[in-house]
Design a protein around this ligand. Structure first.
Ligand code: C5P
Length: 316
């Protein structure tokens, strides 16, 4: 049996995010297009006498990450143990590169990594469908973080259907150290809609559940300009209402990207570019703006949570 398993898990951005009405369970219906990008947390799992959690960061503020049993990665291992009726006591270490509470699903990525990692560490061979089911119970974005790639998300985001894409897409990711809490951003959207200051749910054909066909076509054809013209996020108006200062990162840039938008519930902004040189130029310009200290060039689609190493010990 392995004494250590190392898993990498990607950040996600939403190329398209339509937020439907508030449901009875407190979640909103979603029609989203998820896209995993090459910014990864590393999650290391070891068997232990009791479960524990430690966190380190690579240029990322980690004070917002709980290390008690409320941590989503620890809850993921507990959920997997409950499924198998086993106590999977595990020491988890998360090395964060994905900004915390940034709209990039960093916590969900760690949970997806913990599921895959514990399954490997304890040699459980859990069927993929069961891992996806457990992931969906842990959080709306966790199933996508397991799969990676590019996928449509429906339900509250937990039902994922992969979509075909061609080529590589270049992004500049600009995190911000003032975290935004996801529930607060959804609540702000509801407030703005009730006040008539944000549009009610509406999609391309008048049905908010539809992902624009042109967007799926652009992804199949690797057509950056077409993709850029369809990027959309219903939560952006709410994130900007809470953080008006972010608006200056999205429009009127001297070195303009193909398109910019807030990632998920923010405050991270993402900027689609035509290729590596364009992305570097956009990044360099963004770094000259006040309040921006970090801007990373990444590509998508990236792989989902996957084991990148394991150690076997204890045998002569
Ligand atoms: O599923 P997750 O735990 O990531 O959701 C965090 C919070 O974000 C929820 O408690 C809810 O307030 C909000 N949310 C929502 N509708 C969704 C997903 C999340 O209202 N589809």
């Amino acid at each position: 049996m392995s004494t250590e398993v190392r898993v990498s898990a990607p950040a996600k951005i939403n190329l398209y995010l339509a937020v439907g009405p508030l449901r009875a369970d407190g979640f909103h219906g979603l029609a989203t297009l998820y896209h995993a990008v090459g910014l990864y947390d590393d999650v290391v799992l070891r068997p232990a006498s009791r479960s524990s959690m430690t966190v380190s960061g690579d240029g990322v503020a980690i004070d917002g990450v709980p290390t008690d049993e409320s941590n989503l990665a620890l809850r993921a291992v507990r959920a997997l143990g409950a499924h198998h009726a086993l106590d999977l006591a595990t020491a988890i270490h998360v090395h964060k590169r994905i900004p915390v509470a940034g709209g990039l699903a960093g916590g969900s990525a760690d949970a997806a990594a913990a599921l895959v990692g514990a399954d490997t560490l304890f040699e459980l061979r859990t069927p993929r469908a069961v891992l996806l089911e457990l992931a969906g119970q842990l959080g709306s974005d966790v199933p996508f973080c397991l799969n990676g790639g590019t996928a449509i998300g429906t339900g509250r985001g937990e039902i994922v259907t992969p979509v075909m894409t061609r080529g590589e897409y270049w992004w500049v990711v600009v995190p911000d150290d003032q975290a935004l809490a996801t529930p607060a951003v959804y609540a702000e959207l509801d407030r703005l809609r009730t006040a008539g200051r944000a549009p009610e749910p509406a999609g391309p054909g008048g049905a908010w559940q539809d992902i624009p066909d042109a967007m799926l076509g652009a992804l199949r054809a690797a057509h950056v300009a077409d993709l850029a013209s369809h990027l959309h996020n219903d939560l952006q108006v709410a994130a900007l209402s809470l953080r008006p200062d972010l608006a200056g990162r999205l429009t009127g840039l001297e070195t303009p990207p193909s398109a910019s938008l807030v990632s998920g519930s923010g405050p991270t902004t993402v900027h689609l570019c035509e290729g590596p040189e364009h992305a570097e130029a956009v990044r360099d310009h963004l770094l000259t703006l006040p309040g921006i200290e970090v801007a990373a060039v990444v590509t998508g689609p990236a792989h989902g949570a996957r084991v990148i190493g394991s150690q076997v010990g204890g045998r002569p």
